[in-house]
Design a protein around this ligand. Structure first.
Ligand SMILES: Cc1ncc(COP(=O)(O)O)c(C=O)c1O
Length: 382
């Protein structure tokens, strides 16, 4: 179906932050499959883990115990201060799980009808009906009405608006720590901590959607660590299993206990091969120090982009960076960059997004910047 406007290029091979087309032409990937290839393309340890596991066992069912899924849940618990995991196959599904968990928690813990979810304008949480209802972008909802009820949207970064919206019927607030799809929007300092305090005061859950920001991308395992807070529920996907489809909804043990057998499920969720891949991803991030690397390279890249795109706003954290060109030039910029062998994308008409593999080499960044300088010199308004 025609759901994508595709660029006229196909890649047949990848290595680290490089991609190659069928003619052997090299591209420097500053997008990482939209923040999926955190450990890079064709990482030997991920490839080996997937190959070895697929030769042993690919699927049984969540009707049976799965030691790899348990090991992965333990590793994620270790990274999140003891959260429990539910595994699924995508970001949208991780959000669906979070929304169901919040509704059940609200109506049992706070009282009947306490099922409302407060989300942010401009947010993106996925395309399925629950996630779409949470998504604060009317253009993405249009033509699919009616939306699931019980959602309110307030301005992102506006603590006063959040205070006005969270009440006795609120089960949860759902937020991205940085809004990726809206053009890498970073909320004001203190916002997440303020929302955390508000949720505590009004007895509502805080769901953080770290589908795009998680797994080291912003320079910490999870972006919330920059704010010194913890969510009650955490959504992960994208880079979790190195490019295999996997999502996870994590919750503190108290909140996770809301679900009983039969409340939720997934045929493929937490399967053997995805779990083996995710365990290898966590190992690689640890062994190669990729959180620190994302912080270091992110600062370096943002600084260079600030010089290259003088007079444009450069924002983000770690290796999730948006450059606001201040005019609807991002599409033309990305197409021209692709033609010259550098991959970036345009989440909005005026923003160019950078989410390269965390393993990208410094000289690859430098080479890409030289190309982007040429492109910008060509495209920038006089
Ligand atoms: C913050 C966030 N949440 C959810 C999703 C949906 O993830 P998926 O496309 O895997 O369903 C995305 C995808 O871009 C995202 O950025």
């Amino acid at each position: 179906m025609s759901t994508y406007r595709r660029q006229p290029v196909a890649f047949v091979e990848g290595r680290g932050a490089l991609l190659f087309d069928a003619e052997g032409r090299e591209y420097i990937d500053l997008l990482g499959g939209i923040a999926v290839a955190g450990v890079g393309h064709a990482h030997p340890k991920i490839a080996a883990a997937i190959a070895a596991q697929s030769e042993k066992l690919i699927h049984t069912s969540n009707l049976f115990e799965n030691p790899l899924q348990e090991e992965l849940a333990d590793r994620l618990a270790g990274l999140t201060g003891g959260m429990s995991s539910f595994f699924c196959n995508s970001g949208a599904e991780a959000v669906e799980c979070a929304l169901k968990l919040a509704r059940k928690w609200g109506s049992t813990h706070k009282g009947p009808g306490a099922i409302e979810i407060v989300a942010a304008e401009g947010s993106f949480h996925g395309r399925t009906f629950g996630a779409l209802a949470a998504t604060g972008q009317p253009t993405k909802q249009a033509r699919f009405a009616p939306m699931l009820e019980g959602f309110a949207h307030v301005g992102y970064g506006d603590l006063g608006a959040m205070e006005a919206a969270v009440g006795p019927k609120t089960a949860a607030v759902i937020l991205e720590p940085i809004q990726g799809e809206s053009g890498v929007i970073v909320p004001p300092a203190g916002y997440l901590a303020g929302v955390r305090a508000l949720c505590d005061e009004r007895d509502a859950l805080l769901i953080l959607d770290e589908v795009q920001t998680g797994m080291g991308r912003t320079g910490k395992w999870f972006s919330y660590e920059h704010s010194g807070i913890r969510p009650d529920v955490l959504c992960l996907a994208k880079s979790l299993a190195g490019g295999l489809p996997m999502g996870a909804c994590l919750a503190t043990p108290d909140v996770a206990a809301t679900f009983v057998p039969g409340d939720h499920g997934s045929t493929f969720g937490g399967g053997y091969v995805q779990s083996a891949a995710a365990l290898a991803v966590i190992d690689v991030i640890e062994v190669e120090g990729l959180c620190d690397r994302a912080a270091f390279l992110g600062e370096r890249l943002a600084k260079a982009l600030g010089t290259l795109f003088d007079r444009c706003e450069v924002r983000g954290a770690g290796l999730l960076i948006g450059v606001d060109l201040g005019a609807p030039l991002a599409g033309a910029f990305c197409s021209a960059a692709l033609k010259r062998g550098v991959i970036v994308n345009d989440p909005t008409p005026s923003v160019v997004r950078f989410a390269p593999p965390l393993v990208i080499a410094e000289d690859e960044i430098d080479r890409a910047l030289n190309v982007l300088q040429e492109v910008w010199d060509e495209i920038r308004p006089a």
